[in-house]
Structures are given as structure tokens and as C-alpha cells.
Ligand binder design. Structure first.
Ligand code: PLP
Length: 350
């Protein structure tokens, strides 16, 4: 029997993440870290007792929150933790973007922002980047219901300086400004310090990229105590047990192993700079990426052709069939061996 039940359905077009192919492929398509997480993570997770797993997890992630706060130089009440930064950002959209004015974000940026706006019924307006994919701060000085900026931006990799971030936050005291710092550890200066002076600033980060823990799903936000309280109130109105025990324990171990973090992120930065030069030799033009990926425009073949030809050889990169960026590939910085395999394949194809 079929009635008209679909009239009440909330219909959405979901976000499409990069492919997760199985088997022996070179995976440079979703900006994961090519190195394993700190060995201390596995040791800490293995040591969790059955007795602890039997119980509900700590709803407020007390230890992880305290360590994040200490390392960032803020109070624990200024830290929010979620199931990856996607969860943190989704909760932040739901909490802070609730007026009739449009939320502003760049026309080329993380493609989840418009998906959240749509699912929550939030009005939004995209702001065009310039021809070099740069963000101009004064474009964000008009009346708005909130602002989201990824810094460095994705998939361009281009970084805004702290003064530019501050000028946007300072010009918008009547809106919440979210700075998504998923890639900040690969070369940028975090805006966390600005939260001491601006109540309207929320800075979001993740363990998925620089800490090699995309699989544990841990993201965090820093902000004024009042801002964080509003965010927590909404979260606890949706689900109180979001952060599972193993993620809390593993995340804490990763955070405490600073030496490993510094070593692996320095290596990724080194391979990124090496890869930029190699791609330029192969005729690509690149943005000045401060992230763990490169945004590269080929010459000779189209980006779409290269994307398919590389995939046929088991090398996965990312390509979007969107007018502003369809002439570019986004290539995650892998190990030097993975990158050399990519360059060898490109050499043959071009
Ligand atoms: C990867 C990414 C995220 C989401 O990461 P999580 O794995 O959910 O923490 C958020 N924003 C940007 C810009 C990203 O690239």
C-alpha cells in the first residue's frame, strides 16, 4: 500500500565524500595523513578494560578537554569536542545560524557548508573568490547571519593571515564567525588566541589530518565560555553520549605525544614543498598551499582526463566537475614514495 507519506519527508542532497577504495591503491584523494598515528594511541586503546567499555562514556570528555585546553592556553570551559569536526561544524551551524540574514562563505570552499545550511533550513550566500582563488576580507563586511571560513581554505590550500581573520571577526560583532582550521597545523597560525578578545569567534580543528586519526572521529572547537555553553546546550539536546570511550582515550594519547606530531607534520610539509616543485616541472600551475594537499592545474591534458587515467592506474586524487575548479586536481600529500609513483605516472600520461 502506498500513501502520500513522502509529503512530510525532509529531502536533502547529501555531501559526497571522496571514495574509499579497497585494495592496493595509492590514496591521495581525501587528505588523510599517510603516516600511522602515534604508536601510543594503539597502546592506550588496548589498555581500556572491559569494565570501562561496559559503562557509558564520559559525556564531557573531562581528560581530553583538559589536555586540549592546556595545550591551547585556554580554560576547559572554552573547549567543545565532537565526532570529528564535521559534527562540531554541524552543531555550530544549528546553534549559531538562526536569523533571517544569510550566512556567508566562499563559493569555492569545503562542500559540506551548503549541505548543512540546506538540511537546517539556514539562508546562505556564497561570496566569489578572485581569479587567483583568494578571499578578500572586505567581502565579509556586509550584513549577514554568520560567517564560515576554512583557513587554510579547501580545496585551494590558500592561507589567510591572522590580521585578516581578525579584521573579519572584528567587523562582525553581531554574528558568529566560524574559522575551520582543519589544516592549520601544516603551516598556518591558529586563531585560537583571538577567542580571548572576541566573543563571536569559534575556531574549529580536527584530529583527522595532522594527528592521523580520521578513523577515531575527534574534532574540537575553541571559543568564549558563553559561546561554548550555547553549543554544548544544543549538543546535549540532540545526543549526550557522542564521544565514545576509545576515541577519548586514543585522542588523549595522540595529543600527549607531541614529539611524534611535530615529526610527522614536518615531514608532510617537506614532501609538500618537494611535490610542488616536481609538479611545476611537469607543467602544472599551483596555488601556494599551506595544507596537506596541492591544488594543481595541468597543462597538456584536462584535469578530468588525468583524474580518470590516474584512477585506472590505481592512483586516486580528487577532481570536481564544478565550473570554477574543474581545471584542477586536488592531490593529498602522501609519503615521498607515493608522490614519486604519482609523478612517474603523470610523466607517462602527459
Ligand atoms: C576534513 C575536513 C573537515 C572534517 O574533518 P573531520 O574528519 O570531520 O574532523 C572539516 N573541514 C574541512 C575544511 C576539512 O577538509
Amino acid at each position: 500500500m502506498s500513501g502520500n507519506w513522502e509529503r512530510g519527508v525532509r529531502r536533502v542532497v547529501p555531501y559526497t565524500p571522496g571514495e574509499q577504495p579497497s585494495g592496493d591503491v595509492i590514496k591521495l584523494n581525501t587528505n588523510e595523513n599517510p603516516y600511522p598515528p602515534s604508536p601510543k594511541v594503539k597502546a592506550a586503546v588496548d589498555a581500556v578494560s572491559d569494565g570501562r567499555l561496559r559503562l557509558y562514556p564520559d559525556t564531557v570528555c573531562r581528560e581530553l578537554t583538559a589536555e586540549l585546553a592546556a595545550q591551547a592556553g585556554v580554560e576547559p570551559e572554552q573547549v567543545f569536542i565532537g565526532v570529528g569536526s564535521d559534527d562540531v561544524l554541524s552543531m555550530a551551524f544549528l546553534t549559531f545560524f538562526n536569523t533571517d540574514e544569510p550566512v556567508l562563505f566562499p563559493n569555492v570552499t569545503y562542500s559540506f557548508y551548503d549541505v548543512w545550511a540546506k538540511v537546517y533550513g539556514i539562508k546562505y550566500k556564497t561570496v566569489a573568490l578572485d581569479k587567483e582563488f583568494r578571499i578578500h576580507t572586505q567581502d565579509y563586511f556586509e550584513k549577514n547571519g554568520g560567517i564560515v571560513i576554512a583557513n587554510p581554505n579547501a580545496p585551494t590550500g590558500i592561507l589567510l593571515g591572522l590580521e585578516e581573520i581578525e579584521s573579519i571577526v572584528a567587523a562582525n560583532p553581531d554574528s558568529v564567525v566560524i574559522i575551520d582550521e582543519a589544516y592549520i597545523d601544516f603551516g598556518g597560525k591558529s586563531a585560537v588566541g583571538l577567542t580571548a578578545r572576541y566573543e563571536n569567534l569559534l575556531v574549529v580543528q580536527t584530529f583527522s589530518k595532522s594527528r592521523s586519526l580520521a578513523g577515531l572521529r575527534i574534532g574540537m572547537a575553541y571559543g568564549d565560555k558563553k559561546l561554548i555553553k550555547y553549543l554544548s546546550d544544543v549538543r546535549f539536546s540532540v545526543n549526550s553520549y557522542t564521544m565514545n570511550t576509545l576515541s577519548q582515550v586514543g585522542g588523549l594519547a595522540a595529543l600527549r605525544d607531541r614529539e611524534y606530531f611535530e615529526k610527522t607534520r614536518a615531514e608532510i610539509i617537506r614532501v609538500r614543498e618537494y611535490s610542488k616543485a616536481k609538479l611545476e616541472e611537469l607543467g602544472f600551475s599551483l596555488t601556494d598551499s599551506a595544507a596537506n594537499f596541492l591544488f594543481a592545474k595541468p597543462s597538456g591534458k584536462t584535469a578530468g582526463e588525468l583524474f580518470s587515467a590516474l584512477k585506472a592506474r590505481g592512483i586516486y586524487v580528487r577532481w570536481w566537475d564544478k565550473p570554477e575548479i574543474s581545471d584542477r586536481l586536488r592531490i593529498t600529500v602522501g609519503t615521498k614514495e607515493q608522490m614519486d609513483a604519482l609523478f612517474a605516472a603523470l610523466k607517462e600520461l602527459l
